[in-house]
Design a protein around this ligand. Sequence first.
Ligand code: DON
Length: 303
Amino acid sequence: MDYQAVLQEVAAFARPLVGRGQVAQYIPALADVDAERFGIAVADVNGEVHGVGDWQEPFSVQSISKAFSLALVLAEGGERIWDRVGTEPSGNPFNSLVQLEYENGIPRNPFINAGALVVTDRLQSLTGDAGTTMLEFLRAESGNPDVAFDPVVAASEAEHGDRNAALAHFMASYGNLDNPVTTVLEHYFRQCAIRMSCRDLALAAAFLARHGVRNDGTRLLPAREAKQVNAVMLTCGTYDAAGSFAYRVGLPGKSGVGGGIVAVIPGRCTLCVWSPGLDTYGNSVAGVAALDHFTTVTGWSVF
Ligand code: DON
């Protein structure tokens, strides 16, 4: 496969959609990002990486971090996490409160904000420093020691974080957080505020294409748990648009309101696309179109 040629074709296809949608406004530090950016990278299972456009430009990973925190909890032996968070799509927006009360403080899945707060709480209990654990993992897997938290974005999230604070306090009232709400929120916001490029993210997620094996050949997860993370990405990784993402792209994927999406082709490669304009569900408009076109031209969906 001539990855470079395919990525060029995909970028040309997505180009008319770049700038469509809305850059995330509810975290003010994200609202300044240039909507006209577009990058895409692919990392194969041997660690070879290709990209086009703004593929080496760091952006705010936001909810893409939720896939890594779930994997790190499972890697730390935290499979009991599934007693505290479900594996069903929510059919609701990523920051919705509505299901939590009638489902007794147990979030539907680990990728909506409520679920990710529970996962962060567990990672904090298992490691003593959830944010740094994730940062070190991402630096190691991407091979980029410059991967870092963006303190301005983290502070902006905290300042405008009433919704996440409400979710966390509500779950604490059901006994579904072990650490203080302030600690969980601090680590959650730091993880979301990590800045990485498409190149870095495609490499960092490659263990999901290698059935759990890290870039240095050591195993992060048993194949069964890598399968679980990929499956939950497919069914829940793009929120209340997960059905349409599966229909269009046909891959496990995890989006973030920074405009990035990571997608996995198990056994073959990982993709990361970035373009900041979002649809009403919080997924990159040009990003979804690019991944749709990638699986169309290559025939490499999981179906
Ligand atoms: O907590 C939030 O709302 C953001 N830090 C992350 C949300 C997000 O990226 C949802 N993704 N599409």
